[in-house]
Design a protein around this ligand. Structure first.
Ligand code: HEM
Length: 217
C-alpha cells in the first residue's frame, strides 16, 4: 500500500487510493443515520467501542461497495505497521479482507489501505472531539507522529501542528474523515459523560480516549 512505499511505487499506489476516495460521495448523512441506529438501542455506552471505531470504517466500506468489514479492518489496523509482527488473528482478518476486496493485487491493497488508514485516525478524531465538547477542554490532534520506511529503516516523523500531514504524503481522506466525524457528532447531541476522568490510549503516536462512557441527558 501507498503508506509504506517510496518513489514511483508510492506515486502509483497513492493514485489508486486517491481515485477510490474521489469516487466516494458525501458521507455525513450515512454516518449520522448509522450512529443514531446504534445508540437508539443503548443506555450507557462506550462511544469508542460502539461508534467511533466501527461507524467510520463501516460507512466507508459501504461507499466502496463492500460489506461491513470494520471488525477485520480494526484487527489489521492494530498490526500493519512495519515494526509490529502480526498475530494469527490479524493474518486471518487480512486474508478475509483480501478475498472481499477481489484478490491479492494493488487495487485490493488500495481498498484495504484506505480502510485501515481511516480506522484509528478517524476514531481518534471523533473521540477527541466528543471528549472536548463534553468536558469543555480543547481537542488535541489524534495522530502525533507517523512512521515511514526509508531504505529499509523505520523512521518516525512528527506531525505537530499538521493534523492531516502535508506534502506528497498528506492525508487524501481529510474530506471523508471530516464528514464522518461531523455526522457522528451530530448524532451524539444530547449525551453526557458518565466518568469524570478520561482514560487515554497508551501509544506514542496516537492521542485519543481508550474509552468514553456516555449516557443520555
Ligand atoms: C476517512 C478517513 C481517512 C482515510 C480514508 C485516510 C486515508 C489515508 C491514506 C490512504 C493515507 C496514505 C497517503 C500516502 O501514502 O500518500 C493517509 C495518510 C495520512 N493520514 Fe489519513 N485517512 C483518514 C483519516 C485521517 C484522520 C482522521 C487523520 C488525522 C486527523 C489522518 C491523518 C493522516 C496523516 C497525518 C497521514 C500522513 C502519514 C504520513 O505522512 O506518513 N487521516 N491517510
Amino acid at each position: 500500500m501507498a503508506r509504506f512505499s517510496n518513489g514511483p511505487d508510492h506515486v502509483r499506489r497513492r493514485g489508486l487510493a486517491v481515485s477510490l476516495l474521489e469516487s466516494v460521495g458525501e458521507l455525513r448523512d450515512e454516518a449520522f443515520e448509522r450512529t443514531q441506529g446504534i445508540v437508539a438501542a443503548l443506555g450507557d455506552f462506550d462511544v469508542m467501542a460502539e461508534v467511533a471505531r466501527p461507524v467510520p470504517v463501516g460507512v466507508l466500506a459501504s461507499a466502496l461497495g463492500l460489506p461491513d468489514v470494520s471488525a477485520d479492518v480494526a484487527l489489521v489496523a492494530a498490526a500493519y505497521h512495519p515494526h509490529v509482527t502480526p498475530d494469527a488473528a490479524a493474518e486471518a482478518a487480512l486474508g478475509r479482507l483480501v478475498a472481499e476486496c477481489g484478490g491479492a493485487d494493488e487495487r485490493a491493497a488500495a481498498r484495504i489501505g484506505v480502510l485501515v488508514q481511516a480506522c484509528d485516525a478517524t476514531a481518534g478524531l471523533i473521540g477527541n472531539e466528543v471528549s472536548a465538547w463534553l468536558t469543555g477542554k480543547p481537542a488535541g490532534q489524534p495522530v502525533l507522529s507517523t512512521r515511514r520506511r526509508i531504505d529499509g529503516t523505520d523512521v518516525s516523523v512528527s506531525l505537530a501542528g499538521t493534523p492531516f500531514g502535508a506534502g506528497p504524503r498528506a492525508c487524501p481522506g481529510s474530506r471523508q474523515a471530516t464528514e464522518l466525524a461531523t455526522g457522528v457528532l451530530q448524532a451524539l447531541q444530547g449525551f453526557r459523560l458518565t466518568e469524570t476522568k478520561t482514560e487515554w490510549v497508551s501509544s506514542p503516536n496516537l492521542r485519543m480516549p481508550a474509552r468514553l462512557w456516555v449516557t443520555r441527558g
